[in-house]
Ligand binder design. Sequence first.
Ligand code: PEP
Ligand code: MN
Length: 353
Amino acid sequence: MIVILKPDAGEALVQDIIAQIEAIGLQAHLSKGQFRTVIGVVGEEGTIDKEHLLSIAGVEQVLPIMKPYKLASREFHKADSVVEIACPQSGTLKIGGGSCLMFAGPCACENEEMVHAIARQIKAAGAAVLRGGAYKPRTSPYSFQGHGEDALRWLRDAGRENNMPVITEVMDTRHVSIIEKYTDVFQIGARNMQNFNLLFEVGRTRKPVLLKRGMAASIQEWLMSAEYVLSQGNRQVILCERGIKTFETALRYTLDISAVPVVKANSHLPVIVDPSHASGVREFVPALAQAGMAAGADGIMVEVHDCPSKAMCDGPQALLPEQFADMVRTLERLVASLGRKFCSVNAMAPVPV
Ligand code: PEP
Ligand code: MN
């Protein structure tokens, strides 16, 4: 349910209404818009008594949220949500509401030098957030699984050196606290989109969460997964379309471009596109990135490697740093023509060395 407050409800009354909602065993999620203050009331299905909510002083209207996802829906929060990511040295990057972000880096952090070298190159080209895997979700248990905590350290240090926030995938609830210590954004991978305990666990932190769409998940299932994170009080959720399984076998997956406007219509959360995992082929990454941004995405995540033929995973889809720089220049022009803008650390004050 959405509880719409009377326009003159002051802060004390808002807090009192929240307390009354919580006293009857329901969760209250406050959303302050430009024109109205609403409280999203969630609880187990069938336990919300509309008449009772209406009887609380200061409440003007009580409306049902028709979608199965509540806090993720536009019905609850009309304006685009803006997720803020703090940079390690100074500044804050914003994604959503017209501000776009470029996430880039290697699939896996293979060694300290490569993470630093790639970070420097992608930052110079305009990337905002450095990605890199430390714990890799591999199809085979015999494939390289990632360098774990060493990789987290390399990633953090490269992020600090370049004033770039860092993102890495968390696959296991037991890794949430160590990943929280080293990085700025949690990535939930496609294979873990419905790992509900993991979603609850990152939802209990207050770090941004990038939630990838499962390769066989519907848009509704994806938004229900976002709801798991939001239900724990973490509002900082970014969605990522990374390709789904279809009958088409020409590429690794099929990038579902239509997911971008559909998600935007139904949810206030920022959504980005990952053309690297979607295609699996470097040659097609720039075109899919352009399509994603043209469709309204709030950013792109791509894999970059300085020697893709030697990459320990996902080499065929990795862009060379110079290809990445070319792609960014084209995307910047495209996005500017659409009235949006990439937010990057380069636009901020230089970092003292
Ligand atoms: C990745 O980003 O390296 C990754 C494994 O992505 P996905 O979960 O989309 O397959
Ligand atoms: Mn990868």
